[in-house]
Design a protein around this ligand. Structure first.
Ligand SMILES: *Cc1c(COP(=O)(O)O)cnc(C)c1O
Length: 715
């Protein structure tokens, strides 16, 4: 598509293994176990030390080690096989999903997101929104959907979490080394690092452009940390979701308006814009301006932008929608509205929510008005979003739902555990991945003997506990921390005990502490002689969210409290890596948000796919997935009064009456066959339906293929 990318040098790499340089620079390896194995086989210790980052490993390894690998025939055979698969994958650009478009080769979607959760080595995410975006673009790559992605280079990421002895979340600052990850510079025509000026903003802001290759999808990252910028501007892309409102506004100007300018500088033609949440919505102002400059009337410009813009809203939580006060908008957009042939009021009204007209410019309201295709991320969330935003269309609402929905899904190759994948290869056939969104395929799960599925699960559980204990040991050794901290980090976990996992961002609506409501009742469940339970927690609070940090402290202190029998653990620094181990290795995945605040939820899908059933409040995706056999659902309904108490009581009840007895009921071979049945139902009912493949196909059918009919020469 463009030839700006110059491969980064790995000086120690022998020519015979030259392909590893290409492989390391494309995240394709991250969802292909055979490719990861290719790196691991060179040197297991170095692979581990790099935290599974080929780019870093190839830089750090001495030449002798790489040359030794190049001389081993079995390694070379394997190398040639994986490289040929990679080349074949990259060469296949045919997408069969746009049969209706006049000229399918003209369709390109520009996808904008403030975060991308792709791999542990790239700290460009905070939580679910990022993983959704990451899984989305990986699946677009697998399906050859012609998409390019735009995001931020955040050198400080989100939060690196360490819990103090008093249980308080501390943030440690870790700078990303841009040379030690699968990120490459994008160069301009003169061979210099491409730098673009954000249009209209004065004083000027410059962004440097980087690229991550996500299979066939290029992800362009904007970086303001360059010499051309003054210190305030340099900090714009320092980390995700900066608390300061003005800096946040500047962030969103850079992402939306700067992002469009970057695509233009790269001569990347695109015809559809998809906004993943409202942070990048200013991109639509650039689209309007472009059209007006190309001779469209104002009405034509608006119509055409709407016809070619998709907007996905992701949360009913009010704090999840940015609203910028009008004086701030004046400061940055005073020169912009004349270029749209608008006066101040008309311009600002584009972002006014009629229920709160004085609050400011609401990014979601703006994006909804300017997008012809809008959706929430589950059936329930679609309904909730319609209620939330119906004021926007007062009087001019068209027939049918104003906000549609596409339920989220997870990228199966990313989230399936490799041992589980081998088991599926054996019983679903070696080609199951190619057909994984076919529901009939998953009926074959019943072919797996209970014992084999159970043994695989126990193996993954032990692997999880080994990882947790290793982290606790390092904390104990490196930090000289108090012994109770090492215990709270999971030293006492027992693989024979029923293990509940709870891991997500510590936003208060997710109610991480719900299970602690009745400490005595919980203490009894944890302290039973027979059939005890244990709980593993993980998650980060936003640095500005003190209620979230207090909730976290409560849990950490419970983990340190001997009254809870050493059966509560808190794992620090939740991120992609720990998420992988947890969703593969616990026995039950717990989800208890205050409904209807969880728009969808995706971690439970990752768990279910691996045979870890979910126990959840009926909210988000669980309302579509729960069928009475694939997990558990508990709910106090919308009773007024103490919903936390009611929900907690129901949670204890489902644990006491259903989950615990079923788990410990084993046959003469030690297999809990009733439990394994639930595991199988969990896999069968989620693997196809809640895959990113099903999701991406739906976006193409519902939105992209329609928008493709209205594309013009203008971006
Ligand atoms: C999947 C995932 C999430 C999102 O999980 P929810 O269930 O939507 O809260 C957040 N963080 C990480 C690290 C994940 O892998």
């Amino acid at each position: 598509m463009n030839n700006h990318n110059v491969s980064v040098e790995f000086p120690n790499l022998p020519a015979r293994l030259g392909g590893l340089a290409d492989l390391a620079e494309n995240l394709w390896w991250s969802w292909n176990p055979a490719a990861r194995m290719l790196f691991k086989m060179i040197d297991r210790q170095a692979w581990k030390a790099s935290v599974h980052n080929p780019d870093k490993m190839l830089r750090d390894l001495p030449r002798e080690v790489l040359e030794a690998a190049a001389k081993k025939t079995d390694y070379i055979r394997y190398y040639d096989l994986v490289m040929s698969r990679y080349r074949k994958y990259m060469a296949n650009r045919l997408c069969s999903l746009f049969p209706d478009a006049d000229n399918p080769s003209q369709v390109t979607i520009a996808y904008f997101s403030a975060e991308y959760g792709l791999h542990r080595s790239l700290p460009f995410y905070a939580g679910g929104l990022g993983f959704l975006a990451g899984d989305f673009i990986k699946e677009c790559s697998d399906l050859s959907v012609p998409l390019i992605a735009v995001g931020f280079m955040y050198p400080e990421g989100y939060v690196n979490q360490r819990i103090s002895e008093s249980g308080w979340q501390e943030n440690i600052s870790i700078q990303l080394d841009r040379n030690q990850a699968a990120i490459s510079k994008v160069f301009d025509g003169n061979g210099n690092h491409l730098i673009v000026q954000v249009p209209v903003v004065d004083p000027p802001i410059y962004v440097a452009v980087w690229k991550v290759d996500v299979g066939r999808v290029p992800l362009y990252l904007l970086d303001t940390d360059i010499e051309e910028n003054d210190p305030w501007n340099r900090g714009i892309s320092a980390r995700l979701y900066i608390g300061d409102l003005e800096q946040r506004l500047r962030q969103e100007i850079v992402l939306g308006i700067g992002g469009m300018e970057v695509l233009e500088a790269l001569h990347v033609k695109h015809s559809i814009v998809h906004l993943n949440e409202g942070h990048a919505a200013f991109a639509l102002l650039e689209r309007l301006r472009d059209r007006l400059q190309n001779g469209f009337s104002q009405e034509e410009a608006f119509t055409n932008v709407r016809q070619t813009t998709v907007f996905t809203t992701h949360t009913p939580v009010p704090a999840g929608h940015d609203v910028f006060p009008f004086p701030l908008m004046d400061k940055y957009f005073r020169d912009f509205w004349p270029s749209l042939q608008m006066d101040r009021d008309t311009f600002l009204n584009l972002g006014v929510h009629p229920d709160e007209p004085n609050k400011g410019f609401n990014m979601t309201a703006f994006a909804l008005r300017l997008s012809g295709y809008r959706n929430g991320v589950s059936k329930k969330h679609g309904e909730v979003a319609n209620r939330m935003w119906q004021g926007l269309w007062a009087g001019e609402e068209k027939e049918g739902d104003t906000i549609d929905f596409v339920t989220n899904g997870v990228h199966v190759p990313t989230w399936i555990e490799p041992k589980m994948e081998l088991l599926f290869n054996k019983y679903l056939g070696p080609d199951w991945q190619a057909d994984h969104d076919n529901p009939y395929l998953w009926e074959l799960i019943d072919e797996i003997p209970d014992e084999e599925l159970w043994k695989t699960h126990i193996w993954l559980k032990i692997k999880l506990f080994n990882v947790i204990r290793e982290r606790a040991r390092q904390r104990w050794t490196n930090d000289r921390s108090h012994p109770s901290v090492a215990l709270a980090c999971g030293t006492l976990l027992d693989p024979s005990v029923l293990t509940i996992g709870f891991a997500r961002r510590f936003a208060t609506y997710k109610r991480a502490d719900l299970i602690l409501q009745d400490a005595e009742r919980l203490g009894k469940l944890l302290g039973r002689q027979n059939q005890p339970i244990q709980i593993v927690f993980a998650g980060k609070a936003h640095p500005a969210d003190d209620p979230g940090k207090i909730m976290l402290q409560k849990i950490f202190n419970a983990a340190r409290n001997p009254d809870f029998n050493g059966r509560i653990a808190f794992v620090e620094d939740y991120g992609e890596q720990i998420a992988q181990y947890l969703v593969h290795g616990v026995d039950v995945w717990l989800n208890n948000p205050l409904s209807p605040m969880e728009a969808c939820g995706t971690s439970g899908m990752k768990a279910s796919l691996n045979g870890v059933p979910q126990c959840s409040i009926p909210d988000g995706w669980w309302l579509e997935a729960y069928n009475g056999e694939n997990g558990w659902s508990f709910d106090g309904g919308h009773t007024e009064g103490s919903r936390d108490k009611i929900d907690a009581d129901l949670l204890y009840q489902v644990l006491e009456e259903k989950i615990i007895p079923l788990y410990y009921q084993v046959d003469e071979y030690g297999i809990p066959s009733g439990w394994v049945r639930v595991m199988k139902h969990a896999i069968k009912s989620t693997a196809a339906q809640f895959s990113a493949r099903r999701m991406v196909r739906e976006y193409v059918e519902k939105f992209y293929s329609k928008a493709a009919r209205f594309t013009t020469e203008v971006a």
